[in-house]
Design a protein around this ligand. Structure first.
Ligand SMILES: [Zn+2]
Length: 296
């Protein structure tokens, strides 16, 4: 799934092509995309409006249209936006007609992508307030802020980082990369991290996201830039998808485990397992022997 660096790369690519133009027509061929609005209702709200800015919040791309109308687009699993492709994309679901023959296509084989409407800045802010937490490349993402957020959590740190209501835009790739850089095990409880660990993690998140941006995103599945070109961050992963390969710091083979339901990559020498989890694993291993002894 595209994460913050991928969506921001798309935004930076598209902005000079769309800002100041008019969105002549939004043609939605799959009603799932525009739910709860029907395609015609969404089109009626946006068609013919000037595109004032293309913004981003978390993994959302925001079309800021004239008269304070906002279209919030989410790529989800497999969505891509292709500008003036040579032919109609195979899984085309939406066409943005931009005038002078320019067009942008939303291509999406899995069909989880969405386009949602907000009429007015207040409606837009309310939409994001219930869905997204702090913007990690913004000025509010301080280690003090992150420390306060972790205190209120019962989740392991990997699950915490994937929760968009805590930190917006971080997904599976950048969570793994940041935890490795900060030398924190993904199963460590967020609330147990020390101030020093949280400060290291805050910096590691920023550095990992910026590295992804520098590489114009990671193309491990469907992600492409709007000109169809892949990103290159997948060639620069420190830990993600490197199962069995030597850790770049200590040489120990990288392990794959599951955390928050996602394949998670870790070096358990550089990122030691939390002691509580080790103890829990030992206890659960012992329990059958004990109950056998009790029943005899
Ligand atoms: Zn290591």
């Amino acid at each position: 799934m595209p994460e913050l660096p991928e969506v921001e790369t798309i935004r930076r690519h598209l902005a000079p092509h769309v800002e100041g133009r008019t969105l002549d027509a939004l043609e939605v061929s799959d009603e799932r995309w525009s739910r709860p609005l029907a395609p015609a209702e969404l089109a009626a709200a946006v068609d013919g409006r000037r595109i004032e800015a293309l913004a981003r919040r978390g993994k959302y791309l925001i079309w800021e249209l004239e008269d304070d109308v906002h279209l919030m687009v989410h790529l989800r699993m497999t969505g891509t936006l292709l500008l003036d492709p040579p032919e109609t994309p195979r899984f085309a679901r939406v066409r943005f007609a931009l005038g002078d023959g320019h067009e942008l296509w939303f291509d999406d084989p899995r069909r989880f992508g969405t386009g949602e409407l907000a009429l007015g800045g207040e409606a837009r802010d309310a939409f994001f307030a219930s869905r997204l937490g702090v913007e990690p490349l913004g000025p509010d993402f301080t280690s003090a802020h992150l420390y306060a957020l972790t205190r209120a959590s019962r989740a392991p740190i990997k699950a915490f980082l994937l929760d968009q209501r805590k930190v917006a835009g971080v997904g599976n790739i950048y969570a793994d990369e940041a935890l490795f850089r900060a030398r924190i095990h993904p199963l460590r409880p967020a609330a147990r991290l020390t101030r020093t660990q949280v400060a290291a993690l805050r910096d590691a998140i920023v550095v990992s996201l910026e590295a992804g941006l520098d590489a114009k995103g990671a193309s491990i599945d469907d992600y492409r830039q709007p000109d169809g070109v892949q990103g290159s961050f997948q060639h620069r992963f420190l830990i993600h998808l490197r199962e069995g390969e030597p850790c770049l710091v200590c040489g120990r083979p990288v392990r794959k485990l599951r955390a928050a339901g996602r394949g998670t990559y870790v070096c358990e020498r550089c990122q030691p397992r939390p002691r509580t989890a080790q103890a829990a694993a030992r206890n659960s291993a012992r329990r059958p022997a004990r109950s056998a002894a009790a029943s005899s």
